[in-house]
Design a protein around this ligand. Sequence first.
Ligand code: PBG
Length: 326
Amino acid sequence: MTQLTHRPRRNRKTPTIREMVQENRISLTDLIFPLFLIEGNNKNSEVVSMPGIYRWSGDLLLKEIEACMNLGLTSFCLFPSISEHLKDKTAKESLNENGLYPATIREIKKQFPEAVIMTDVAMDPYSSDGHDGFVKDGKILNDETLQILAQMALVQAHAGADIIGPSDMMDGRVGVIRQTLDDNNFTEVSIMSYTAKYASAFYGPFRDALDSAPKFGDKKTYQMNPANSREAILEAELDMNEGADFLMVKPALSYLDVIKTLNDNFNLPIAAYNVSGEYAMVKAAAEKKWIDGDKVRDEILLSIKRAGASVILTYFAKEYAMSLKK
Ligand code: PBG
């Protein structure tokens, strides 16, 4: 007999032992389900490039949230699709307390106070320029944008948001938002900062869903260069010092190393956004029967967790919850 002292296969010999030594697991409470909101009543439409993902009018969105909560999902991130005629250069509609977004948040928190509602702070859904910041002479102005973002966060906090998610990548926004929330007695409202948000082609289907693509140029003067990881540490230091409660990496799959770097270096919970394009690729390949979509989904979620994200924003949340019921 060969004298092997180490036989790692012993820990893989039965399903029970494999489970016993399993290092990472996905629980439903790790997941945040992004949801798209549209105007109107009793309306929904599937996002063409995201099979299984719908834009919902407020009334149907409430039903969707209820269905998700019955499956054990607890947390939701809302994105509004704003009519073109309400868009302008200063994203004025984002500060309308009675606008689609705040009104829907209020209704959700009234009906489901225990649901965790995360909101999106950025100008792009409301901006006629389609950029996350205020545009002048073709430039995205940082400091002029900060006040708009802070007021937007305040409107969302008033409406009942539990977690504010600045997705804009302006410098200094976490600090200004934190200060504004605190000055208005919203000390308990959390900030999940899109800390390392890369200028990524993986956002394509999301921009289709919201009609929010930039009207000129790209987002490279504010979103990060995919080639960089040390810069993510710089962003994380700033966000932590400015008062962020969570640090997010986005997208997730091409940036697992960045998730790990932040998790190794910062004692805040790390979140990862498994974005629209990552979802779309799996769905497209599964539709062609080139991959087993369910197994790939589970492997992807685990890989993000293993890299060090304790929170995952993912369009797979509901179908993953449903798969556990089977
Ligand atoms: C914009 C925003 C984007 C996403 C979330 N917030 C797109 C962008 O930066 O253009 C993308 C999410 C996804 O692709 O799933 N503030």
